[in-house]
Each structure stands twice: as C-alpha cells, then as structure tokens.
Design a protein around this ligand. Structure first.
Ligand code: AMP
Length: 266
C-alpha cells in the first residue's frame, strides 16, 4: 500500500495510473476506521481498478463547540486495516495541503442540504462539500463512494458533483444489534450503548408502520416518544424524506444519526 502524505506525492502516483488508463475509485474518510468504511472500499473495488482512501479530519465541517479536537484518531490502526483490506493508496494530507489559502469558502450547498442536519449544523454541508471538492481535485477519481449512513450528505454531494467522479452510495453497515457503525460510537458508555441499539429498531418500526399504511405524522410522533422513553436525551429530528426515515438523536454528549428505507414492497 502506498502512503501519500502530500499532494505532490499523490500526484506522482495518480499520473502513472492515469497514463495506464486505470479507473480510480475513491473513499474519503475521517479515519477511526470500522467495517462500514471498509465495506465502502470493497464497493469501490467492484467499480474501479484502483482504490484510494483518504484520512482527513476536516476542520471546516465542525462548529467551534463540536468535537473536532476530541474526534477519535488512530492512524496506525487505520493503516493496518487499509493494508489488510488491499487498498492501493492512502492519502493523509495535512490541513495546509487541503486549505493552502485558508479555510474561507463561499460554497453554497443545493436543495438537498435544506433542513434535517442543516437546521442543527448550519455550516456542516458547506464544509463537507468544500473538502470533498478539494479531495476530488487532488485524487481525480473516476468513481467515489459515500455511505448511506450519512444519507443527506450523500444526497448533497450527489446533486452538487457533475461526473466524474460518478457518485455511488454504499449500504449502512451495522453491528449484530443493528446499531449503525460509527467512529463516534467509541464515545458511548456501556449503558449508552444499550440505549443506542434501540435507535435503529425505533426508526425501522416507524418505516414499517408507514409502509403498512399508518399516518406518517402519527408514526413519527410515536417514534419520537419511543426514543425519549428509551433513554435518548434529545431528538434533533425524526423526519421522512427520500423514501426514508432519517433521525438524529443525543445520548449524553454523543450525537447519533441513522436512517431506514420505507420499502415499497415487503
Ligand atoms: P466518516 O469517516 O464518518 O466521515 O465517514 C466516511 C464515509 O464512511 C462516509 O461516506 C460515511 O457515510 C461512511 N460511513 C460511515 N459509517 C458508515 C456505516 N456504518 N456504513 C456505511 N458507511 C458508513
């Protein structure tokens, strides 16, 4: 596995692959890798000759009060996982490589960014789009894979990028209790983990009820009450969009998001 620490090192390798007409698949991450990230890399490998992963904890998508400093970082562990997974290249840029002219940007996300996450994290999608566009400019991928775990993020990126790269969505990887894997799960205490595992069950129940003909407002209201009864401290939102139920909740200092499709056929 090649490790590129800056744009110049990356460009040299990318140039060679482009000259050989290799199709480059790309999976951007913020590290603290889990099986969800690795499943996206396998999907990228299905659609490309070369798989490039990046690890960069992007400061511009965190608000000052959010967990940028505390965000889990484990580069050594990540490199082992990527190398075992057969990734061709990992890109580990420094902040100055991504934002050489500073962090100011005038990116305006499109309609998919309206509501949901934006109501609670107003600068989030501008930060995500900025870093994704900069990473794409460095890596020059033919395809890029994003997780359905962050479904609104996937939609915001998909609507803003005109191919290449072609944007592909990867399904949500879950633990044996259905909890969506997330780097932030590392923040949860044992008691919180028990509660966290009810999030997917409650969202899936609402999706199932709506699919079965229940009034969606009533089903979403019931789901919100169930989340609070289960022990979640706050529900930022639980809403229906894109044929899915999407939710963001708080457990102590940890914010969790998840979503479930409302299947049209059983
Ligand atoms: P992150 O490192 O959290 O920024 O995530 C990097 C990519 O992995 C994003 O496209 C996420 O949507 C995706 N991802 C995170 N968790 C999961 C999961 N449990 N299943 C599938 N994809 C995921």
């Amino acid at each position: 596995m090649i490790t590129a620490h800056n744009p110049a090192e990356l460009a040299e390798t990318i140039r060679g692959w482009k000259a050989d007409n290799k199709r480059i698949g790309f999976v951007p991450t913020m590290g603290a890798l889990h099986d969800g990230h690795l499943s996206l890399m396998r999907l990228a490998a299905d659609h490309a000759d070369i798989v490039v992963a990046s690890i960069f904890v992007n400061p511009t998508q965190f608000a000052p009060h959010e967990d940028f400093d505390a965000y889990p970082r484990d580069v050594e562990g990540d490199l082992t996982k990527l190398s075992v997974a057969g990734i061709d290249l990992v890109y580990l840029p420094a902040e100055a490589d991504i934002y050489p002219g500073g962090q100011d940007s005038n990116i305006k996300p499109g309609p998919a960014a309206e509501g949901l996450e934006s109501a609670f994290r107003p600068h989030f999608f501008a930060g995500v789009l900025d870093v994704v566009q900069r990473l794409f400019a460095h890596v020059q991928p033919d395809i890029a894979v994003f997780g359905e775990k962050d479904y609104q993020q996937y939609k915001v990126i998909e609507e803003s990028i005109s191919a290449p790269p072609h944007i592909i969505a990867g399904p949500i990887a879950r633990d044996e209790h259905g909890l969506a894997l997330s780097s932030r799960n590392a923040y949860l205490s044992t008691e919180e983990l028990e509660i966290a595992r009810m999030l997917n069950q409650i969202i899936y129940k609402a999706a199932f009820d709506i699919q079965g003909g229940a009034d969606s407002n009533a089903a979403l209201k019931e789901a919100k009450d169930m989340l609070l009864t289960a022990g979640f401290d706050k529900v930022d939102y639980i809403e229906q969009r894109w044929g899915r139920i999407l939710a963001a909740v708080w457990l102590g200092k940890t914010r969790l998001i998840d979503n479930a499709p409302i299947e049209t056929t059983l």
